[in-house]
Design a protein around this ligand. Structure first.
Ligand code: NOJ
Length: 598
């Protein structure tokens, strides 16, 4: 009860104290009117289209038992932080039993929780406690592969004629005994691993410890459907489908054209989004999702805007897909972190706009999962803003983009505090196996130690995985033990406690935006239209429904930016990150929102 009263008070206070305070008051005044109006507009949205999703990297969120590793009870203890952020869905990275070769993305038992994270009873309690706060739990289904410690794989590896012998992708060596083809795994090295017992190789898109399942086998598909239904029965709100575009392999396993000095070809170009994949996913959808209110979001590397009609919406296999067109805008070749490319803001904007346009086409009626970060990516302030961008101003600018685009925003833990990349001096300081392999690849390709480490500092996945920072105490309040990965050095100022009481913090800005979304319906159900497309500094767009038209202007550069003030002529400024913006001009990294009621 106490909490229920406290939340709006905190939000309103933050709004009153923050920049543009008089403007923020307008937001408050409009709130009730906004609620009434929203009844009149599209009210057929599903719960997951109206909410905000939050990704928890379970290992790094909150440790309850002092072993240095985040756990389920830790998550339960911090649910109110998420409720205050307007979160209605929590995507948990995999917390099933796993040897942790890839931090849980190598699953040994889909039906149990890894002891490092807790027990199934803890998970049941998390689902229940989250539910009390109006939050649903979203499980990460890793179905392209399992762990090599999964009983399915152990049995499959025993012989060529046991019951599960074709549950994985086995192939004979080439005549000279080498791997069946020259495919390079996503984490580097051959995508094939030899198994003595069978005298054959098995395929692994990722690590050798992550053998790929054979989706051609109906029994495999059935077993995976059973796993998903087990979790549906537990009451989860949805699934994030890991690496799902790789599940269907081509019939032809011959060599591909080499793309690097190692004579290999990246497996991505050979197996992503292969003909026939949609049949399997259709089957999965009807066996798992029919008659439920859960949602699915696919990790869809290899799917671009033009493919979306088959992947989302009326005839799509998922409710949403994460596409990566903008993520790799600075990285022409994912396996080589040393070669980056210059990109322009119009290019960046075009990727979002193409997907928004495609998903919102009434013939498709799809939905977009808006994200700028996840546990595989650098922090967005470093990734998408110019070098040297102010952390707080930059965090607010990107938050504005994240929470006002059309679609369900996915916040990555720490993003709401304005986390930035870590840059540890030595490759041995890093935990992530893919980072270590990228480093090795760079050295192998002839790059210097300095160049290889620069790539690591730019792209290492560990930057998104450092422990969550709760307060300024030792280990940022994450654990009473030794954290599994070092806490970032900035924890004394960048933490939930400090930012909650600072009206100018990134976190307070998130709260303002969350409030804005609930009081201004156009940010949820409004159409999206990009404007000022050719502008090299400003990301600008309209969000419009039957009652209101909002103009969002975000200066993504560290210089002042001018625009034609007639765009906002009849509108009222309702929110801005700075002191209040003059029409026609934005300060560096300033974001401002105008609204015109109809
Ligand atoms: C994508 C996940 O997001 C990543 O963390 C993981 O390493 C690979 N898939 C393999 O499961």
């Amino acid at each position: 009860m106490f909490k229920k009263i406290l939340i709006p008070v905190i939000l309103s206070a933050a709004m009153l104290l923050g920049g543009c305070s008089d403007i923020s008051v307008n937001v408050n005044i409009n709130r009730d009117g906004g609620r009434k109006k929203l009844m009149a507009v599209k009210d057929d949205l599903k719960w997951w289209q109206e909410t905000i999703a939050y990704e928890i990297y379970v290992k790094s969120f909150k440790d309850s038992d002092g072993d240095g590793c985040g756990d389920i009870n830790g998550i339960i203890s911090e649910l109110d932080h998420l409720k205050n952020l307007g979160v209605g869905a929590i995507w948990l990275t995999p917390c099933y039993v796993s040897p942790q070769a890839d931090n849980g993305y190598d699953i040994a038992d889909y039906y149990d929780i890894d002891p490092a994270y807790g027990t199934m009873e803890d998970m049941d309690r998390l689902i229940e406690e989250a539910d009390k706060r109006g939050i649903r739990i979203v499980m990460d289904l890793v179905f392209n592969h399992t762990s090599d410690q999964n009983e399915w794989f152990k049995e499959s590896a025993l012989s060529k004629d046991n019951e599960k012998s074709d549950w994985y992708i086995w192939a004979d060596p080439k005549e000279d005994g080498s791997a069946p083809n020259n495919w390079r795994s996503i984490f580097g090295g051959s995508a094939w691993e030899y198994n003595e017992e069978r005298g054959q190789y098995y395929l692994h898109t990722f690590l050798p410890e992550q053998p790929d399942l054979n989706w051609e086998n109906p029994k495999v598909r059935e077993a995976l459907i059973d796993v998903a239904n087990f979790w549906v029965k537990k009451g989860v709100g949805g699934f994030r489908m890991d690496a799902i575009t790789y599940i269907k392999k081509p019939a032809d396993l011959s060599d591909g054209k080499p793309d690097a000095a190692d004579g290999m070809v990246g497996i991505h170009s050979m197996t992503a989004n292969t003909e026939g994949i949609l049949d399997y996913l259709d089957e999965f959808k009807s066996a798992v999702q029919d008659d439920t209110d859960i949602f699915t979001v696919g990790e869809a590397n290899g799917v671009s805007a033009k493919d979306l009609p088959n992947w989302v919406g009326k005839n799509g296999v998922f409710d949403m897909v994460f596409e990566f067109g903008f993520v790799n805008i600075d990285l022409p070749d994912e396996s080589n972190w040393c070669e980056t490319r210059e990109w322009t803001l119009p290019e960046f904007k075009a990727v979002f706009s193409a997907s928004e346009k495609m998903t919102s086409d009434p013939k498709i009626n799809g939905w977009y999962p808006m994200f700028l970060e996840n546990h595989d990516q650098p922090r967005s302030i470093n990734h998408f803003l110019p070098e040297g961008a102010d952390r707080v101003a930059g965090g607010k600018a990107l938050a504005t983009l994240l929470l006002t685009m059309r679609g369900t925003p996915f916040i990555m833990e720490g993003e709401e505090l304005g986390f930035v990349n870590v840059a540890w001096p030595d490759i041995d300081d890093y935990n992530d196996i893919s980072t270590k392999n990228h480093y090795k690849f760079a050295i192998g390709e002839g790059y210097s130690e300095e160049e290889a480490m620069a790539g690591v500092h730019r792209f290492a996945r560990d930057s998104a995985r450092t422990p969550m920072q709760w307060d300024g105490s030792e280990n940022a309040g994450f654990t009473s033990g030794k954290p599994w990965l070092p806490v970032s050095d900035d924890y004394e100022t960048v933490n939930v406690k400090a930012e909650s009481s600072d009206p100018d913090s990134v976190l307070s800005w998130y709260h303002e935006l969350v409030n804005l979304r609930s009081s201004h319906r156009e940010f949820i159900d409004g159409d999206y239209e990009e404007i000022l497309h050719e502008d090299e500094q400003i990301f600008a767009y309209l969000r419009e429904n039957a009652d209101a038209k909002a103009v969002v202007l975000i200066n993504m550069s560290t210089e002042k930016a001018a625009y034609d003030p007639s765009i906002t002529e009849n509108a009222k400024q309702i929110l801005c990150t700075g002191e209040g913006s003059d029409a026609g001009e934005l300060a560096p990294l300033e974001a401002v929102i105008y609204e015109e009621l109809k």
